[in-house]
Ligand binder design. Structure first.
Ligand code: ZN
Length: 433
């Protein structure tokens, strides 16, 4: 399987842990769906689509669910053993900072260094000017491979960008070195994320950020910029798909250029923090991967938790009753549940069905409202977003919820696998030719 061979690297240590060309962050709120998720990758592989699974979970999710970082590895390893998966897999400490990294040092082999909150903080006096003076190659007309229009960066704009991003890059260096001190060089995959911020980074800014990461000695294998448009949780992309496509293609070209001229890993690629289910931009991503022969990491979280609810509703009886009750509680606590996610949800409260109505829903009505089929008239994106952030309700139900997952294991697994395979993997990643 060529996609799984170690990628080349500028700093050629063959022992280094390398992220494959195509990888997919599956997430798994309650650590019950790892096998069903892995099965989706195995079925994709049968169709010639080689995707490495990455189980990602952020500190925020752990706090809400009450789980521990080690639980994620546990679930992943059990699934790998159960299905006899011989390809690579990784466990991603998602969105960690200097404050939260310690708890993830043992169990993860993939770290997403979140430096979004450090953007705009001042670096040392004169640091931006001397950075730009050291990097004349990012100024003026910069030609990008496979791209007709060169970037054009005047010196004052570069200094402004350096002022905005240098401190954040230095923060990535601090987190990286903290992990390296414990795990050792080359023993883990590094992602840098800047997506949880207000303004998208331009391709020119991405180039500057990559030059600075190379200077800082951060061997970044995948980088998550903020893209144009809204990436609301669990529902489709909101924005101009052609703007996204242009930006995505420029970013890919910047990455190929940067990996060629800086001391950065040769497998460097973009990471898309999708917030799950950005169906309308998947064709653009797929076209770009084909045209540029580029890799990508696409991260989801929560799409499988919603399939758990769909499976419970489909099972009927007590399981359907529990799914209705979770909606009713999510509705009652909607303000608290939505608070940590206000930047990434858009719920029209008037469009939420009342709990009374949901209590009368049949299996078919519940699943039609929740299942992400934008063409289905009964699909309700408001209810879907509310339930997406409503996993805390299931967490507070504890064993009552988890036991029901076990009781309905097969029907849920079928939904989890089909969702990832048909709606995500087959839509994003090209098959090997
Ligand atoms: Zn993110």
């Amino acid at each position: 399987m060529p996609a799984f061979s170690a990628s080349d690297s500028n700093s050629a240590n063959v022992q280094d842990l390398r992220l494959a060309k195509y990888s997919f962050g599956v997430g798994d709120r309650f650590a019950h769906q790892a096998a069903a998720q892995l099965r989706a990758c195995m079925l994709a592989s049968k169709d010639g689509i080689e995707v490495v699974p990455v189980w990602n979970k952020s500190n925020r999710e752990h706090l809400i669910v009450g789980s521990k970082p080690g639980d994620v590895r546990h679930a992943a390893e059990a699934a790998v053993q159960e299905l006899g998966w011989s390809g690579p897999f990784h466990v991603d400490a998602d969105h960690i900072t200097l404050q939260t990294v310690a708890a993830f040092l043992e169990s993860s082999d993939y770290y997403t260094l979140d430096v979004a909150s450090a953007i705009g903080q001042p670096a040392a006096a004169g640091a931006a000017e001397s950075f730009v003076a050291r990097h004349p190659e990012i100024l003026g007309a910069v030609n990008l491979p496979g791209f007709e229009t060169p970037l054009n960066v005047p010196q004052d704009a570069a200094i402004k960008s350096a002022e905005k991003y240098l401190f954040a890059v230095q923060e990535a260096g601090r987190i990286y070195r903290r992990i390296e001190a414990t795990k050792g060089k080359g023993r883990f995959i590094t992602e840098v994320s800047m997506d949880e911020t207000d303004t998208p980074q331009t391709p020119a800014e991405l180039l500057l950020i990559l030059a600075a990461l190379a200077d800082e000695g951060v061997p970044v294998q995948t980088i998550a910029p903020k893209f144009t448009g809204r990436f609301n949780k669990g529902v489709d992309y909101v924005g101009d798909c052609s703007c996204f496509e242009n930006e995505f293609r420029s970013d890919i070209a910047v990455i190929a250029h940067a990996a060629g001229i800086y001391d950065l890993p040769g497998n460097l690629k973009l990471s898309v923090h999708s917030g799950s289910d950005k169906f309308s931009i998947y064709p653009a991503i797929r076209r770009a991967l084909r045209d540029f022969d580029s890799g990508v990491h696409v991260k989801t979280a929560g799409t499988s938790w919603l399939e758990e609810l769909i499976g419970l509703a489909e099972a009927g009886g007590e399981a359907l009753e529990l799914a209705r009750e979770i909606y009713a509680q999510a509705f009652a606590h909607r303000e608290d549940l939505c608070a940590p996610y206000t930047a990434v949800i858009d719920i029209d409260v008037a469009g939420l069905p009342s709990p009374q109505r949901v209590f009368s829903w049949s299996s078919g009505e519940y699943t039609a409202a929740l299942r992400h089929d934008p063409k289905c008239p009964a699909f309700n994106p408001n209810a879907r977003q509310l339930l997406h952030v409503g996993y805390k309700i299931a967490a507070t139900l504890g064993d009552r919820y988890l036991d029901m997952l076990d009781d309905c294991r097969e029907i849920i697994a079928r939904n989890v696998t089909a969702n990832l395979l048909e709606r995500h993997l087959k839509q994003i990643f090209p098959a090997a030719v």
